[in-house]
Design a binder for this molecule. Structure first.
Ligand code: ARG
Ligand code: ZN
Length: 423
């Protein structure tokens, strides 16, 4: 027999769980393709409105954007587009349903992965990724060094692996390539690329030449708390998982938290937004971990690549405003070379736009690329990976991981040759 108290408890719990459960019922994803310069400006204005969550970035003539809009904002959104003569397609009528389907598909494709192994046919859990990184360090001690660059807010290790054949025979130090992925945790394809680079460098012996004259330092998952959260709770979470002092909502956008022109543009002081910059620059343990990694290798670091998704862009500084650095021409032409290599290797028609990030997308200050360049790493790029044939950007199917990783690797090799030749 249950008491009155039991029943009250039950009802309260039921209501609480309904409030806590993230729910995207009725949220739609729109696809908009601006066809004129004026229309790109409209898409740009939309991207500055915190109500709209851009799943795929695109404010270039002919490049599709994907925008998630809550039910209560859809009327205004559609009206706004129509008023400006912008056509749109609804690619997802109900995001909750898309997420549900994706979860089912994911559980079907998950394979029994032995600890320490790597797979490119499903999205690995954070623990599996790190077990692989540790395994490489143990099994290949001659060429790898494990670096604990920091810990996430919830206490997870943030690891990087250095790959090097050792001291150079000449007195000249070798140039270092720095790579990270996963700053935005929902962009699952990004860590797979970093892991694939590790795999190719360390385990494919025919690539041994790639670390003779150049050192690599690769951190495959910069936001493990967020990544776990996207795996288990909310697939489309972007920020980290720390609640700032006095904040209403969880999470800081790590890619607005770096200390160069922090909060200058394209960042918010509202903790409930996806572009919340945090209470101050480097307030977050995850952005500090990347800072550590960069500072530890600053002397020889020559190139920085940070992997994001989606949109097929190779973006270079500055991003805080439309300002071109002194070496913009070099950044552009090297980016073009890498983009060409990816395009010719691509089986899914990937076609990257190489551009200054503020000019091509929007001004956004506090991103990692700007800060890394500001401390002296001349060549810095944000790579916005392709989304394959998924109708919804984030839900790139696991069967396309390898496709994207392989073609991206072709681009990474072009960057490597350039660094090897130049320094
Ligand atoms: N999609 C990335 C972001 O919004 C682009 C960052 C590009 N870099 C920049 N400094 N704005 O964080
Ligand atoms: Zn991102």
């Amino acid at each position: 027999k249950c008491s009155k108290l039991d029943i009250i408890c039950f009802v309260v719990l039921l209501q609480l769980s309904a409030i806590i459960a993230t729910n995207y019922h009725g949220y739609k994803v729109y696809e908009v393709v601006p066809m004129t310069k004026k229309q790109t400006d409209i898409v740009h204005t939309l991207s500055e409105d915190p109500k709209y969550d851009f799943w795929r970035e695109g404010r270039i003539v002919g490049k599709p954007s994907q925008i998630m809009v809550a039910p209560e904002d859809q009327g205004g959104f559609e009206e706004n587009l129509s008023r400006n003569g912008l056509g749109y397609a609804v690619v997802a009528e109900d995001v909750e349903e898309v997420l549900r389907q994706e979860k089912i598909e994911r559980s079907l494709t998950r394979s029994g992965l032995s600890i320490g192994d790597v797979t490119f046919s499903s999205f690995m859990l954070y623990n599996e990724q790190m077990a692989y990184v540790r395994r490489l360090a143990t099994d290949y001690p001659d060429i790898t060094t494990l670096e604990l660059i920091g810990q996430s807010y919830e206490g997870r290790d943030i690891l990087a692996l250095k790959i090097s054949s050792g001291e150079s025979e000449t007195a000249v130090a070798k140039p270092t390539i720095l790579i990270d992925a996963g700053i935005h945790c929902r962009e699952w394809i990004a860590p797979t690329v970093a892991l694939y680079i590790l795999y190719q460098l360390v385990q494919n012996s025919s690539n041994a030449a790639l670390y003779q004259n150049v050192d690599w330092v690769i951190a495959p998952n910069m936001n493990p708390d967020g990544y776990e959260y996207t795996q288990r709770t909310n697939r489309i979470w972007r920020k980290n998982r720390r609640l700032s002092d006095g904040a209403t909502c969880y999470g800081t956008d790590l890619n607005r938290n770096f200390g160069y022109f922090w909060m200058h543009a394209g960042a918010s002081n509202n903790s409930c937004l996806n572009t919340y910059a945090g209470p101050e620059a480097f307030s977050e343990p995850e952005s500090r971990a990347l800072r550590n990694m960069v500072q530890n290798h600053l002397e020889n670091a020559r190139l920085y690549l940070t992997f994001h998704s989606y949109g097929e862009y190779l973006l270079y500084p500055w991003g805080y405003a439309v300002v071109y650095p002194d070496n913009a021409e070099e950044l552009q032409s090297l980016g073009n070379l890498a983009a060409e290599a990816i395009a010719s290797a691509s089986t899914i028609g990937s076609s990257y736009l190489v551009a200054n990030s503020a000019a091509a997308l929007y001004a956004a200050a506090g991103a990692s690329d700007d800060w890394v360049k500001s401390v002296g790493v001349e060549l810095a790029y944000t790579v916005e990976l392709p989304d394959g044939d998924s109708p919804y950007a984030f839900m790139i199917p696991a069967r396309q991981i390898l496709t994207v990783d392989r073609e991206t690797w072709e681009g990474v090799k072009v960057f490597h040759s350039y660094i090897e030749e130049k320094f």
